[in-house]
Design a protein around this ligand. Structure first.
Ligand code: BG6
Length: 463
């Protein structure tokens, strides 16, 4: 019987998933890997991590990658995105290269290429070598230089196996979580440092774009941004303004310099008003201007619901973006109760139209979207997790993506978070996202119903 396909995607559309090295590889056996910020933080404060599970094992991809890679084809992957651990390749962040790491990544990349799956390799997914963190991390411009060297080493060592690169994953997250809200190490509350970290990261990204093009002119490089659209509570001008400013901080702070080569004027003014202007040089700004990304990676999980702030903060109190907006719980919104995140499929369409209209219709790929679920074992029937909720989640988002493409969006692929269930920062293994189940007790891996469905989706290029 021929299956009816209601939503067909453009020819060559990429289907796959994303993961990150710190969340999948684990650090045992070390094989010369240096400590990163997560290893260190766990060693001094394990209580912060769900069930005291730290990054050392993660999903043990380092030991099992040869077997794990076989699941890629079985779940319909035509593309796979993961990252390189900087501290695995350069244990001290700079200097000597760990040859074991080179061998590991080369072998992994070679095997994935042999499966006919396109690689998309990210240089940085929230993990900085601790040796650099100790010297001020991203607050220090020496880290920018070190990152540039690291990027060049990656292009040299792996450029024959990888032609599609990413400079950073969601760079706003370490800025906010590390320097404003204390969810990531170094757990500071320091708006001035936050702005400098954001700037230094953007500069590092532009330097990596430059180095990539110099090393291999035909390679493509991107940045992955979590472009949560901000929806105002009402049409009241104060709410509208709050939403605009939320987007300035959350999205445009990296989107504009990455794609257009410069910061939005309104953001520059706001930062100046609060005496937070970072240390910049005309040469650095020129590097950003000249080295914009070739395409964009977009992660989308949930929107921002924004209202004008209830009160205006005391001008003496430290600056936070949220001086300008409050989050609010929109009545009746659809939720993923496990992760506590709103599900709003239409967000994808709105992001797509924004990129089309305001960013020269830049080519982009949906690099993360996914549904984290706690206690998935209870959906196990005859040895397989029946995650119909995940299939519905993906379908809902794909319908909006399909509509956006029909309306001219330049989206070239959809990557789910994630491939095999993996470790997740402070939440460890609380919420599962994978197309493939990882049983923590037996280490057995089993394709979920969504994994089989994803294969059909990819084979049919639609559903
Ligand atoms: C993305 C990150 O923002 O969200 C991933 O790039 C992360 O690293 C994913 O795992 C899901 O979030 P969480 O916190 O539920 O793991």
């Amino acid at each position: 019987m021929v299956k009816q396909i209601d939503y067909t995607f453009p020819q060559g559309f990429l289907w796959g998933s994303s993961t990150s090295a710190p969340q999948s590889e684990g650090t045992i056996p070390g094989d010369g890997k240096g400590l990163n910020n997560w290893d260190y933080w766990y060693s001094i404060d394990p209580d912060k991590f769900h069930n005291h599970i730290g990054p050392e094992k993660a999903a043990e991809f380092y030991q099992n990658y040869q077997e794990d890679i076989k699941f890629l084809k079985q779940t319909g992957h035509t593309v796979f995105r993961t990252s390189i651990q900087w501290a695995r390749l350069l244990p001290q962040g700079t200097g000597e290269v760990n040859q074991k790491a080179v061998e590991f990544y080369r072998d992994m990349f070679r095997r994935i290429n042999a499966e006919g799956v396109k690689l998309m390799i990210n240089l940085y997914h929230f993990d900085i070598p601790f040796a650099l963190e100790e010297q001020g991390g991203w607050e220090n411009k020496a880290t920018v230089k070190a990152y540039e060297e690291y990027a060049k080493i990656c292009f040299k060592e792996f450029g024959d196996l990888v032609d599609t690169w990413i400079t950073f994953n969601e760079p706003i997250v370490p800025v906010e979580c590390g320097y404003l809200y204390q969810y990531h190490y170094p757990c500071k509350v320091d708006p001035k440092a936050a702005v400098q970290v954001a700037y230094n990261t953007q500069l590092a990204s532009a330097l990596a774009v430059k180095a990539c093009h110099e090393a291999n002119p035909d390679h493509k490089i991107s940045i992955v941004l979590n472009l949560t659209p901000a929806y105002p509570r009402s049409s009241h001008p104060a709410d509208q303004k709050a939403a605009r400013i939320a987007e300035l901080f959350q999205a445009k702070s990296f989107l504009d310099p990455s794609v257009l080569g410069e910061y939005p004027k309104e953001l520059v003014e706001l930062v100046k008003k609060h005496d937070l202007t970072p240390d910049t040089t005309p040469e650095e700004l020129a590097i950003m201007k000249e080295n914009t990304v070739d395409f964009l990676g977009v992660n989308y999980y949930q929107p921002l619901r924004v209202a004008a702030p209830q009160y205006l903060a005391n001008p003496e109190s430290p600056f936070f973006p949220t001086v300008y907006y409050d989050h609010y719980q929109m009545p009746g919104r659809k939720m993923n109760p496990h992760r506590g995140w709103e599900i709003y499929e239409r967000g994808i369409y709105d992001i797509a139209m924004n990129l089309k209209e305001n960013y020269d219709n830049i080519e982009w790929i949906l690099t993360e979207n996914g549904m984290g679920v706690e206690g998935e074992e209870k959906f196990k029937v005859d040895g397989m997790i029946h995650d119909d909720y995940r299939i519905d989640f993906i379908k809902g988002h794909l319908k909006e993506l399909h509509r956006a493409i029909a309306d001219g969006a330049n989206c070239q692929g959809y990557l789910l978070w994630t491939f095999i269930d993996c470790w997740s920062w402070l939440n460890a293994f609380k919420n599962r996202y994978g197309l493939v189940e990882l049983d923590l007790k037996t280490a057995e891996k089993t394709i979920k119903k969504s994994g089989h469905w994803f294969k059909e989706l990819s084979d049919n290029n639609g559903f």
